[in-house]
Design a protein around this ligand. Structure first.
Ligand code: TPP
Ligand code: MG
Length: 337
């Protein structure tokens, strides 16, 4: 089975495309800035950058309504930004500051904002899948006008919980969209070492739901596929599996020493950079000056957000009463501790 063919309604308007382009540039700049901060020892641990995958997160969330739920992975920055979170508070969370969405305690993998329907990144590989499936069950039981989007990787697609979630979602026609962000690798393992089936969307047939493979580096294609799937889910027609093919341009994390991705492969994917492709289309439609303007203000906003977040305070450390004598630096201890 394949999902319904693209309809004109599912095509983003030019304004929507410009906005997606802006959000992709916000995300890319954020990743580059975080790379610099990590090198300087100013992040808390390594960062799983999503350079090259911006079209998946941004295109998918742009196709949703504000009240829809999203769960994502350890590599979720494009989803956070796409779902409308303020970059300044995202950066503050990543840098462990009090002003972050989760008071500086979530770190970059677990950012959530229920007010935005951004129900959390997840460091447990595969866990975004049952989480969104459960949310879809609640949507169905409460008869709400919402869908849940589960974003997960090709590594996560090999977990048992992925099978369990897809099986029950299709059986109960839950309003969930399974978005498989296939970036060729799970940690340092190429997908051919993880699955004997190279094209993972074919698995949808085994659950009795539509499945399709799309170009995950084409933001318009991602938008259209998720809009189609969300439409099905909203109409009570059940889940869809979308396999978005993309590539992790900066490796697994900022701690990745590399050496397992062939340089030819990296070059091939660099030539398909989703931002460059989106820019080419927009320049044709709007001219270079307008597109450069959008890109420049997006990048400047992120650079300002990083500077502002770096000046923000750390959360105050409140020691447990029993371990108050091991409370750490005096300036982190509250007065009543
Ligand atoms: C349950 C579980 N097993 C193992 C890990 C260690 N781990 C972190 S990321 C990762 C690979 C995930 O690959 P994929 O789902 O393709 O995501 P990608 O990193 O490519 O975005 C693994 C095995 C984990 N975090 N959770
Ligand atoms: Mg992967």
């Amino acid at each position: 089975m394949t999902a319904a063919p693209a309809t004109p309604q599912n095509r983003p308007s030019l304004d929507e495309h410009v906005d997606m382009h802006r959000l992709m540039v916000v995300t890319r700049t954020l990743e580059e800035q975080l790379g610099v901060l990590h090198k300087a020892g100013r992040t808390r641990g390594p960062i799983h950058r999503c350079d090259g995958q911006e079209a998946v997160g941004v295109g998918a969330t742009a196709a949703l309504d504000p009240q829809d739920y999203v769960t994502t992975t350890h590599r979720g920055h494009a989803i956070y930004i796409g779902k409308g979170l303020d970059p300044r508070r995202v950066v503050a969370e990543i840098l462990g500051r009090e002003t972050g969405y989760n008071g500086g305690r979530a770190g970059h993998m677990l950012v959530g904002s229920a007010a935005h329907g951004m129900m959390g990144g997840n460091a447990i590989v595969g866990a975004s899948i049952p989480a969104a499936t459960g949310m879809a069950l609640s949507i169905q039981m409460l008869r709400q006008d919402r869908v849940a989007l589960a974003v997960f990787g090709d590594g996560a697609a090999q977990t048992g919980i992925c099978h369990e979630s897809m099986n029950i979602a299709a059986l109960w026609r839950l309003p969930v969209v399974f978005l498989l962000e296939h970036n060729e690798y799970g940690l340092t393992a190429h997908h051919s070492a993880q699955s004997s089936v190279p094209d993972l969307h074919v698995r949808a047939a085994a659950y009795g739901m539509p499945g399709e493979q799309i170009d995950g580096n084409d933001v318009v294609a991602v938008f259209q596929a998720v809009a189609r799937a969300a439409g099905r889910a909203r109409r009570g027609e059940g889940p869809t599996l979308i396999e978005a093919r993309t590539y992790r341009m900066e490796g697994f994390s900022t701690s990745d020493k590399g050496g397992y991705q062939a340089s030819e492969e990296r070059k091939r994917w660099a030539a398909r950079d989703p931002i460059v492709r989106s820019r080419t289309t927009l320049v044709d439609a709007l001219g270079t000056a307008r597109v450069e303007d959008v890109e420049q203000s997006a990048a400047e906003a992120v650079i300002a957000a990083v500077a502002a977040a770096e000046a923000d305070p750390y959360p105050r450390f409140v020691p447990h009463a029993a371990s108050a004598t091991h409370a750490g630096p005096a300036d982190r201890v509250t007065e009543d501790a």
